[in-house]
Write a protein that binds this ligand. Structure first.
Ligand code: NAD
Length: 252
């Protein structure tokens, strides 16, 4: 169809797969990424398959970049139907070693970026009669490994931001949901210079109640569903896509 979709972090990993999945359905996809090489490569791939795509260099934590992303999208395609806030970064260090700048960096990209992209896109969706926003959170919003504080806190923030946005924007016919992926193996979805075959063991797969580690397609398909007419009564929700890991009780 003729939907216009912005995917942040659409150059590599899960975002690259979301971009290609929506392009395959005929959507016009705007790739917003800080990595020019990855973004341009993905844009050219979609065009080579006859699709319509635009790469806009964007650091989602910078207000100027986000404003430019939305301006360029509107100038090129005239509207925005779907925003997928997927750009995200992990945290380095531990609570004992981590400088506060690292906390700020992760919160600024993951949480501030998600809010800022939504803020700049929402008026265009409202004026066009509605839209859909999907925020990519993580199961780490609900459970942790050691030393992931900035990342986990940013993802917990995204869950709360999602219901808050859903309530603010509901009557403007903008639905807002989050997806919380578990372990998603992205090594095949990196830019060609870095892409590699996954090195997964049988144990990696079998610890998942679903019997396998997740793929970017699992998240992309969840995005397609949440954007569809069939999901028109779903807003403010969080969809866990983790092969059952967060509901698995572990006794050693
Ligand atoms: P990735 O590192 O493979 O890809 C992330 C993309 O975002 C890259 O193209 C990168 O250049 C881009 N990016 C980074 N900082 C940016 C910024 N400031 N502005 C714009 N773009 C930026 O990561 P991924 O594994 O595909 O993760 C995508 C999303 O899914 C993230 O939000 C991540 O937290 C979430 N997630 C991933 C997993 C997993 O197991 N892979 C699990 C749960 C949640």
């Amino acid at each position: 169809n003729d939907k216009v979709v912005i995917v942040t972090g659409g150059g590599q990993g899960i975002g690259r797969c979301i971009v290609q999945t929506f392009a395959d359905k005929g959507a016009k996809v705007v790739i917003a990424d800080i990595d020019d090489e990855a973004g341009i490569e993905n844009e050219e791939y979609i065009k080579s398959k006859g699709g319509d795509s635009l790469f806009v260099h964007t650091d989602v934590s910078l207000e100027e970049d986000v404003g430019n992303l939305v301006d360029k999208t509107i100038k090129t395609y005239g509207k925005i139907d779907i925003l997928i806030n997927n750009a995200g970064v992990g945290a380095r260090g531990t609570i004992y070693t981590r400088p506060m700048e690292e906390w700020d960096r992760v919160i600024n990209v993951n949480l501030r970026g998600t809010y800022m992209c939504s803020k700049y896109v929402a008026p265009h969706m409202r004026d066009n009669g509605g839209g859909v926003i999907i925020n990519i959170a993580s199961t780490r919003a609900f459970m942790s490994e050691p030393h992931t504080e900035p990342y986990s806190a940013s993802k917990g923030g995204i869950i709360a931001l999602t219901h808050s946005l859903a309530i603010s924007l509901g009557y403007d016919k903008i639905r807002v949901n989050s997806i919380s992926p578990g372990w998603i193996e992205v090594s095949e979805w990196k830019k060609s210079r870095e892409a590699k075959k996954p090195q997964l063991t049988e144990e990696d797969h079998l610890q998942h109640p679903a019997g396998r580690v997740g793929k970017p397609e699992d998240v992309a398909n969840a995005c397609l569903f949440l954007c569809s007419e069939e999901a028109s009564f779903i807003t403010g929700a969080n969809l866990i896509v983790d092969g059952g890991m967060t509901v698995k009780m572990i006794y050693v």
